[in-house]
Design a protein around this ligand. Sequence first.
Ligand code: URA
Length: 435
Amino acid sequence: MNIPLLIRKKRDGGILTQEEIAAFVEGYTRGSVPDYQASALLMAIYFRGLDARETADLTQAMVRSGQTLDLSGFSQPKIDKHSTGGVGDKTSLVVAPVAAAAGLLVPMISGRGLGHTGGTLDKLESIPNFNTQLSLGEFYRVLRVCSMAMAGQTAELAPADRKLYALRDVTATVESIPLISASIMSKKLAEGIDGLVLDVKAGSGAFMKQLEDARALAQRMVEIGVASGKRVRALITDMSQPLGCAVGNALEVVECLETLAGRGPQDLLQLCRELAAQMFVLGGLDTSLEAARTRFDSVLASGRPLETFGRVIAEQGGDPHVLEDYTRFPQAKWQESLVASGDGYVEELEAETIGRASMVLGAGRERVDSAIDPAVGIVFEKKVGDSVETGERLCTLHANDADRLARAKEMLRGAIAISRQPPASRPLVLERVEA
Ligand code: URA
């Protein structure tokens, strides 16, 4: 394959054939296509885009670059859920145990946080000794015992994506709808699932700030899934304020355990119910969303999801006693609160700045390889729409460094707006996208 010709074709707005895309992905994975040619093609794609067929071909070529999980030995419907990422976005840790306890198989391959958004693997690693780097054999074993497993991408699954994502990260080509769609979907299709529910975030704390962009991303990913013979649906959900109250790794896991115990914040619980209900319908457990929501409530009330999560923790090497004793999580040295300077209503909790403040505390990473502090973060006592009085606590910062604490506090002051009038209520689920 003549790679410069292929780059020129895309640079000039042409449409790549399936063979051209396959040759590029194979060559890049093997190392015969160098980074400089791959970078040029990625930039051409960034500017010229890929149509639906090209994106599906890119996704399939990335799936074929490695192995696909063989889940044929499992009798349950195999349904996963994936979020495009946000601030305080922790639904996986609630939804997966509920879905597994309800009778689905959830083979969840997750990622790390980057920038102001968090990642499931970082949250799980705040559980003492929890191992997210499972071999395929270990992943199957945990699935057999728990009907779910949560781990990072192994070297065997979609290696082309691993290599391309790292290159995109350093060539300013991450923010491209076809490239994001192919990247996410290649990893999910390699899981060998029957169906997938996508939570596509829209708003300040999301990748996609605008609803139109979130819609285009959701549509493209649903198209790819359906073209691959999978049942796929997407919910576009609000990410203008953090989800739930906790932002920061150990703090978020505690909030998920509380939610599994029936004491979670309302918005987190509502979104988990909607996502799980979609999974139940895709998996054939229910024929209507209403019945699926009722199933969510009764499965959660049974206490089985919390037991399932405890079993996953133990099977993946973690300390299952965190369920009864939250002090076993890493604790920050300092806790300092921010209080309201006037009476009124919380009008805004600007998600991106809050995500960046939590990064300043050490909860998130600037670069893929930076270290994070599992103990630090922010817990909100007030959410958008809540009334506040002068001197009342708005949130508490958990910090391990005085200088970082001061900087994060200053940022948070600018991210919280209080108004005299209650703000108009915003729906959590903005749209649903299906084929
Ligand atoms: N997450 C991914 O896995 N890939 C992207 O391209 C963006 C977010």
